[in-house]
Design a protein around this ligand. Structure first.
Ligand code: NAD
Length: 495
């Protein structure tokens, strides 16, 4: 492919080839064909990007701007995305393999994050702390500096937008490391930042691999804040590196989210929750519905209904808006297949699916349901990140909650019942960052999102997210009183 076809990195307001001249080929997961070639950023490119972002911070380019103007800038980035939303959705669909409608949703969500945090930029306030007659005291909510943002491939547009928007709204500068498997969405965000006229260096977007560009970024001494969204395994590596320089991190990691289904639940509602919660984007969502915990008396009926639902799902490329779209890569599909084989060997009962759809050219995996999944098994305990549902039966509410909470993760959880008391009792006890009642993905841009236990810490989305992008500094001022004794120095309340 000619050099002019290579998509470059956005560094310090310019489009630059990588210094080493290496490339990443981007595949369409539905057929494995190369759809783009991007310049692969390496440590030398990271160096230039961090230097630019650090200069923006050091020179207070964003900090000294009126917060309203920072917010307006984010709204202009949103406008630029909106102006090309159809084209961007098509790119996002092609590189991630997800359904085109879902890609359109992702563009809309990215736009909403930018406008939401754009609107909040001038509403983040400190406080004044009363300390008696001789002291004035106030707090300032200051940015950290260069925020390094590491993005996974499953939602590259909206996940880049959500962290970047919070960082810019609060006056941090940003270096994004886009996922090597789906870097084109990040390029579109960079284009929108350029169109919106962001100061050079405020946002830098690099396409690079985790071990090289990602590692160089989090290692960089001028990086003062890390937002990592990805797997628990990589999260641990990032945290170890960050601990050397005591860099604060927001950790958005994986999950093994369970839905508790009581016998009085609306079965149609549960089946619909499984359809979207387990199978949308081929199950490659951090908070997808991976474990269905069902009251024993209704388990057989529900499993049968889920099976019928799965039989009705269409399989094919995202551009045709099929229900079951491909996994991101061959490696990902092999991992999901292995998880299915392990589930069988550990005694789970296969209800439907369980194999790769290798007659197709892309990375398709059959929608899969296992029943009788034991609590100690890998399928119950470990994230698969594919279209695989594990069903386990329970006898009473206490057992249901124990099962739901019986993993190291705690990203999302759900409860299905018509009994409001039972719904609230269960929601209170489910140990997860977000609990959905009688539905799945019952959250939005404006609701805080994040994990408990090993699913991570810090919050994205909602107003709470901004707290993770600022550090409170305190200013204490000693003031002198007029010399004592004179009548003019006596302090009195106003009449
Ligand atoms: P991953 O951990 O393999 O990679 C995530 C990112 O980290 C990629 O950009 C990768 O290049 C980078 N990376 C890899 N090694 C690195 C290193 N040593 N230093 C710095 N960066 C490095 O995860 P993935 O497979 O891309 O994404 C899937 C995972 O992401 C799942 O576990 C999913 O649950 C999780 N996820 C979480 C959320 C959330 O908000 N909690 C959202 C989406 C995805």
């Amino acid at each position: 492919m000619a050099n002019t076809d290579v998509t470059k990195n956005y560094i310090d307001g310019k489009w630059r080839d990588s210094l080493a001249g290496t490339r990443i080929e981007v595949d369409d997961p539905s057929d494995g064909e190369t759809i783009a070639v991007v310049a692969e950023a390496g440590p030398e490119d990271v160096e230039i990007a961090v230097a630019a972002a650090h200069r923006v911070f050091r020179d207070r380019v964003l900090i000294d701007m009126h917060p309203y103007d920072r917010g307006r800038m984010l709204c202009r980035v949103a406008d630029a995305l909106e102006a090309r939303s159809d084209e961007i959705a098509t790119i996002n669909c092609a590189e991630t393999g997800k359904a085109l409608d879902l890609a359109h949703d992702e563009v809309r969500t990215a736009i909403r994050y930018l406008r939401y945090y754009g609107g909040l930029a001038d509403k983040l306030e400190g406080r004044s702390i009363p300390r008696g007659a001789n002291l004035v005291d106030y707090t300032v909510r200051s940015p950290f500096g260069v925020s390094a943002q590491i993005v996974p491939w499953n939602g590259p547009l909206e996940l880049t937008a959500r962290s970047l928007a919070c960082a810019i709204a609060t006056g941090n500068s940003v270096v994004v490391k886009s996922p090597e498997l789906a870097p084109l969405s990040g390029v579109e965000i960079a284009r929108a930042c350029e169109t919106a006229g962001l100061p050079a260096g405020a946002v830098n977007v690099l396409s690079g691999r985790g071990q090289t560009a990602g590692q160089a970024l989090i290692n960089h001494p001028d990086v003062r804040h890390i937002v990592f969204t990805g797997s628990m395994a990589t999260g641990r590596t990032v945290l170890k590196t960050a601990s050397d320089r005591i860099v604060p991190c927001i950790m958005e990691l994986g999950g093994k989210s369970a839905a508790v289904v009581y016998s009085d639940a609306d079965v149609d509602g549960v089946v619909e929750a499984v359809r979207i919660g387990t199978f949308l984007n081929a199950g490659q969502n951090c908070n997808n519905l991976t474990r269905l915990l069902v009251e024993r008396s209704v388990a057989d009926e529900l499993v049968e209904r889920v099976k019928v639902c799965v039989q009705g799902l269409s399989v094919g490329p995202g551009r045709e808006n099929c229900d079951i779209t491909p996994l991101i890569s061959q490696k990902q599909r092999q991992g999901v297949e292995r998880a299915c084989q392990t589930a069988l060997s550990q005694g789970a009962r296969l209800v439907i699916g369980g194999t790769a759809l290798s007659e197709r050219s892309g990375y398709f995996m059959a929608a899969t349901v296992f029943a009788d999944v034991g609590q100690e098994s890998n399928l119950f305990q470990r994230e698969v990140f594919g279209p695989v549902l594990a069903v386990t039966e329970f006898d009473d509410p206490a057992m249901a909650v124990d099962l739901a909470n019986g993993t190291d993760q705690g990203l999302a959880a759900g409860v299905f019942t018509r009994d409001i008391d039972r719904a609230l009792w269960t929601a209170d006890l489910l140990w997860a960052g977000q609990v959905y009642v009688n539905g799945w993905y019952v959250g939005g841009v404006e609701t805080p999102f994040g994990g408990v236990k090993q699913s991570g810490y810090g919050r994205e989305k909602g107003r709470e997210a901004l707290d993770g992008y600022v550090q409170t500094r305190n200013v204490g001022i000693r003031i002198s009183q007029p010399s004592s004794g004179s009548s003019s120095s006596r302090r009195r309340c106003a009449k």
